[in-house]
Design a protein around this ligand. Sequence first.
Ligand SMILES: [Zn+2]
Length: 301
Amino acid sequence: MKIVIGLIFIGSLLYGFDYHLKPVQVDKNVTCFFGKSEPVTKENGGEIANSCYVATIGGYVVIDSGPTYSFARQAYTAMQKLSPLDVQYVINTHKHDDHWLGNGFYKSIGAKIIGPVTLKNSVGKDEITRMQRVVSAETFAKTNIVYPDIDIEKTKNIKVGHTSFEIRQLSKKAHTAGDLIIYIPHKIIFTGDLVFNGRLLSLRDGDINGWLEALDKIEALDWKVLVSGHGRLTDRSALDMTRNYLTDLKKSVKKALDEDVELGEVTQKVKLEKYKDIPMYKLLNNLNILKAYQLLEFEEE
Ligand SMILES: [Zn+2]
């Protein structure tokens, strides 16, 4: 028994945390690793957000690099088995750490990192991130804060092989300040955390009105496949849950404000129970209600 435990221990030191990643093809040249609909835990190694590879004849473009160096390395290794291409660019959709802490791995293999300027401006170089606090030291090994090489403040178009990528920054705060969407015209859109499905969204760093406007903008573009920051749906219905929840949240909290409900009692009055079976409701619903109250109270004045 001791020998077996010893061997497992040595094995984990040698090979680290195994994410057991399974690539899923979502379109002709697009493959994703879908994160779990859970909060960050030691057990999931922070694998809660989506990370996707777009194959072009000029190499790969990766949308979001994942939660750790090790995740990024394992995703890259899985993709090399499918199609051995270099990674030219990695695009970080926004500043939350489950989406970009894999940057260091991609930088080490020569990829250029693109991200919103708000990432650099809001995350300190030596900050202990939520990811580092929760996952094990072994899972987090070699993970560092690696900022984008190219900061986006408005828009940027890149062409890799024959594929054009329009990287657009939203002018208003939505899920965060500086959210990027990546649009391959008439084909596919990567929305980052402007779209959640399969789990409740988090309004923590966002703005409810800006977010609803962002959804209108996304819907007005011509795409066949939508890849969200969290969730596996990629058809037109991928947007529904985010829009319905934000609309109901706004309506219910506005009604509470009209009835002079105080901040301290709003979560007793507003429940949004129709979403109660959606993963992460218990963790996030009350926080979203409180955040919406603060945002909309300001608007009422
Ligand atoms: Zn996020």
